[in-house]
Design a binder for this molecule. Sequence first.
Ligand SMILES: [Zn+2]
Ligand SMILES: [Zn+2]
Length: 344
Amino acid sequence: MRAVTFQAPGEVRVDEKPDPELSARDDAIVAIDASGICGSDLHIYHGRVKIAPGFTIGHEFVGTVTAAGDDVTRVEVGDRVLGCFHSACGTCFFCLKGVFHKCDEMRTFGHGAGLGNLQGTQAEKALVPHANMTLRKVPDGIENDVALFAGDVAGTGYHAVASAEVEPGDSVAVLGLGPVGLCAVQTAIAAGAGPVLAIDTVEQRLQMAKAFGATPVHLTEQSPREVAKELTEGRGVDAAIDAVGHPDALDLAIRLTRKAGTVVAIGVYAEPCQVHMGLVWIKALTLRSGHANVIGHVDRVLGMLASGTLDPSPLVTHHMALDDAPDAYRVYDQREALKIVLNP
Ligand SMILES: [Zn+2]
Ligand SMILES: [Zn+2]
C-alpha cells in the first residue's frame, strides 16, 4: 500500500509499505477513504515533534473496515467508520474516570515512538487498536469531509467549549481562527453563547467566523479588550478559549475574561510559558488546559454533525490525491489552506 512518510524536516514522501495486519483481538484494519492534514502534522513536518524517518504520518481519517478481530463488536467489516486521533484501552484508571485522552495506553496515530508507535492514517490502510473505542460508524447522510472532523478538530472545538462550561447567554472569546478555533466558534454558538468574539488577523477567517454568527475582531486593527468591554458592560467575557497555543494569546485570554471566569488553553503548549499569575489569582480565574478528550465527546459531536448543528464543511479548502502529499504539505505550510483532505 502507499503511505505518506516523514523523511526529514520539510520533506515527506509517498512510500510503498506492506499492508497492516491484525495483531490484537480488538484491532481493526481500515481502508482509508479520506485523511486530513492537521496543524499538529506541521509540528512533525518542521521537526519540532521528532519521529523516525519512514514513519507514516496522519491521524484524521474516514474509511471502510476491511478486517476486524474477534473482540471487535461495535463495528464490522464493510462499515464506513471515522477514527478518533488516538486510541484508548477503556479499562485503565483514567479511562474508567472517562478521561480517555489520559489513558495509560493511549496511542496517537502518526506521531512516532514517543506517542505509542502507531503508524499514521495518510495511507491506503491503517491498523486501528482498541477499535471499539477508537472507531465509530458514520451515520448515513454525513459526508466523509464532515465526518473527518469528529475525531479531532470538531471534537477539540467541542472540548474547549465544554471545558469552558459555556451556558446559553454566556459571552465567549475565541482566540485564533484556525480549524479548531472556527469549530469552537460554531460549538459556542450552538451552545447558545452570545456574543462570541472571534479574534484573528486573517480577513478570510474573520469573515468565516462572522458567517457562523460570531462577532469578528481583528487582533491588531481593533482592540479586542475594548470590544470585549463594550459588549459585556465593561466586565469582560465569561470564558475565553486560546486556540493558538502562544503565550501572547494566553495572556490576552486572561485579560479578556471577567472576574471568576474561565480560560481554556486548547492550543498546543510544549515549553515553559510565563503566565501573569497575579492577574489570574486576583480575578479568581479558572484555567483549564490539555488536548481534547475526543473519545469522550465523539458521539455528541457526531450527533451535532448529523443534525447540521455543526457544519465544518466550509473549512475544507482543498482536496488532493494522497500521491500529491508532498505538494499538499507545502501548500499547508504556507498557510494557503484551512483544511486539506487527502484521498488515496
Ligand atoms: Zn489533527
Ligand atoms: Zn485506558
